[in-house]
Design a protein around this ligand. Structure first.
Ligand SMILES: [Zn+2]
Length: 374
């Protein structure tokens, strides 16, 4: 299959896709003789697929629930009671809605954290998006008792897993240790919320006499898992914690829209974390805290926040935030054929002037899984 006439970095190119990878990117030929399965991309730009590295897909069901509340009130009074009422059927429907919204806004892969994972995996499979599903763990980690069975069902549906202890304030020392050991034994990443609010830091200091990242270090989890930790938020960090994150090359997922809406903070130390050695990525968080799953909007908010709180418009230019949002993927031979076509003219236009609705086609692993209705 060839995607012909697409604009890539101000050049017009033909992109040949072989199976699930990009085979070649060549200057566009003038009068293409298109095959039936070729894609006419003339007048459109092509970008690598966006990766939403922190989400709770089924929360599309809770969009608008408990708007404008602090995190602890929002969780305790609104979200957790509502989640008690979920069924497999609802989780499947909420996930399918999320997958379709992500595909329609250029996201080709997401990294999630929730429960009822086989129902989620079914929706992921039907939508054609790629996803890693995190088994949410609370308290002492009783959820891990069914890990083998859940893993078996999700593997059959093609969805890889992670283990997702919710946070240091909702998971006990035993639960954190069990999660880390299961990650090590099964070779799975750990996905966790970290340092999201000042309250989380204050409570950790009171309870354990150290900050959240120092707590994980004391439990031996940083040395045990290191680069296999994906941490959402990482907003309230000391210099020592930034050093710990950098030394262990942990993946930090910045979710600016969720942090702003929940009033959690805005001085995200993106440049300090990158300089220290962290792997930087972006996410939306669930639709109940960011209200959409639009990674194009996330790129803009993330870039503007860095410029704003530092008082420096030169930091985090458009091409850098795009690279962070795509996990460093590019449109080049050998890269996965995960990409999207948009009416945005170039990277500046994509990041600063458009949003998810500018996407007209999304391809995952060489298959067209979204096409905008004309
Ligand atoms: Zn979250």
């Amino acid at each position: 299959m060839t995607i012909y006439g697409a604009t890539l970095d101000d050049k017009v190119v033909d992109i040949k896709v072989d199976g699930c990878v990009i085979e070649s990117v060549t200057p566009a030929i003038e009068s293409p003789r298109a095959n039936d399965d070729d894609v006419d991309a003339r007048g459109l730009s092509v970008f690598p697929g966006l990766m939403n590295m922190h989400s709770h897909a089924p929360m599309t069901l809770f969009r608008g629930l408990g708007d404008d509340q602090p995190l602890d009130v929002w969780l305790n009074k609104y979200i957790w009671p509502a989640e008690q009422k979920l069924t497999d059927e609802l989780v499947y429907k909420g996930t399918l809605q999320a997958c379709n919204e992500m595909l329609a806004s250029g996201t080709t892969a997401f990294n999630d954290m929730y429960f009822r994972l086989p129902a989620m995996a079914q929706a992921v499979k039907e939508s054609g998006i790629r996803a890693r599903l995190g088994l949410n763990v609370f308290g002492d980690g009783d959820e891990l008792d069914s890990l083998d069975e859940i893993m078996h069902q999700c593997t059959e549906l093609g969805a890889p897993l992670s283990i997702a202890p919710h946070s240091v304030y909702t998971v006990t020392e035993r639960g954190l240790r069990r999660s880390a050991e299961a990650c090590k034994t099964m070779g799975l990443p750990m996905h966790i919320h970290m340092s999201e609010t000042q309250k989380e830091v204050d409570d950790c200091l009171r309870e354990h006499n150290c900050r959240p990242w120092e707590w994980l270090e004391r439990l031996g989890i940083l040395d045990m898992l290191g680069t296999n930790i994906i941490a959402a938020h990482c907003l309230h960090l000391s210099e020592n914690e930034i050093r710990l994150i950098g030394d262990h090359h942990i993946t930090c997922v910045h979710c600016p829209n969720s942090n702003l809406k929940l009033g959690s903070g805005y001085r995200f130390p993106m440049l300090e974390l990158i300089d220290a050695g962290a792997n930087m990525m972006l996410g939306t968080d669930g639709s109940a805290s960011s209200n959409n799953l639009d990674m194009i909007e996330v790129m803009k908010t993330a870039a503007l926040l860095q410029k704003g709180w530092r008082g420096d418009p030169t930091v985090v230019p458009a091409h850098q935030i795009l690279s962070i949002a795509t996990g460093g993927h590019t449109i080049a031979p050998g890269q996965p054929a995960c990409l999207f076509l948009t009416t945005a003219k170039n990277t500046s236009d994509l990041v600063y002037a458009t949003h998810g609705e500018s996407v007209v086609m999304t391809m995952v692993g060489g298959k067209i899984v979204y096409k905008k209705q004309q």
